[in-house]
Design a protein around this ligand. Sequence first.
Ligand code: SME
Length: 160
Amino acid sequence: MYDFRPAPGASKPDSYADLLAAADGLTAGERDTVANMANVAALLWEFLPDVNWTGFYRVVGGELVLGPFAGRPACIRIAFGSGVCGGAAAQAKTQLVPDVHAFPGHIACDALTLSELVVPVLRDGKVVAVIDLDSPMHGRFDQEDAKGIEALAKLLADRI
Ligand code: SME
């Protein structure tokens, strides 16, 4: 049985160190990319408080296509440059959005979402996927979350 949760009272950096160790344990030695993304999406869902969507979009044929996730069914295809995910993919840069309604072009898959963090996964300098986290709270994600998820993206670069 797996039970991954942050230690009560742990700082954000410590929690992300635990999250990274758990993600490493779940994906090390497994070559199936769908299995790895599925387990990490579920891990993020379990581990992070106040999120309503955690998952992956993969770069397929020059656009983003929905990958394994936890949460409500979501938009399937997103063009590079479109919305928060497409922006992260086009710029190969983390997008930290405290208020999605103030983000021009935000794609509302779930009306409950108020803030969002999207981190690109790069392999050999190319974006191969993005990790998308949504929250029903304004300003849920900060620089420490961005750093933690960027470290996760690095870990997963060769595993998804
Ligand atoms: N809001 C995202 C779309 C993906 S869903 O949040 C799962 C965006 O603007 O790219």
